[in-house]
Design a protein around this ligand. Sequence first.
Ligand code: ZN
Ligand code: FE
Length: 262
Amino acid sequence: MDTDYAIVPLPAFNDNYIWLIRRGDQAAVVDPGDAAPVLEYLERNHLNLCAILATHHHGDHVGGIPDLLEQFEVPVFGPAGEPIEDLTQSLMDGDHVELAQFGVDFEVIAVPGHTRAHIAYYDRNHSSCGALFCGDTLFACGCGRIFEGTPVQMRHSLARLAALPGTTKIYCAHEYTLSNCRFALAVEPDNAALQKRAEEVSRLRNENQPTVPSTMATERNVNPFLRWEAPAVIEAAQRISGKPLTQPDEVFTAIREWKNRF
Ligand code: ZN
Ligand code: FE
């Protein structure tokens, strides 16, 4: 019998996903930028909201929290050190979030870079694969913009995520995969795994299907922001910056800056 919780994408705004987890009649949401799709789903499925989790303070991730709290008196988990109204549980690297309703114990991984205290939630046991809710840090075939941290911090954060098991499913907060693949192909035109993934992604988008979750194994093979050690990525970074680059941080920084202008 499968007693695991289910994970459902709730599309919001243009390209956000609010991830809803559910088991029995209980639900929790990750990054509810908008309350409307959450309330609608809860009502339609007769679910009770029991927790809200936020990865970082941006409005498209936390904007729906006040409206949800008007209907449900629930704990709001999120990073310590970011301005999130209504936060009740401030989290730091290594903290755990136990939600008994789902039989889950999330590990909190600090992944600064996109914002100064961005966190990810990791359940190593989900569905025998592992589940990672990583907000705007790691995207399918891409990574978040660096708004408050430094490229060195961001690469370190991504390296920590990349070290998780290959089976880990990646529940990121945006459907950016198609345009990310376009950039990734500019970096590594000859990467066969990437070519295959790009085809799959464009098929899925044509069918209006989500391209996420991805898996960590796939990302290690196709995502230019995890591939600072791949010779083709190093070469592309050197070409675009017009100088020899030897350090992973330099390679990552050059690729990230290129993406900003792509
Ligand atoms: Zn963001
Ligand atoms: Fe976002």
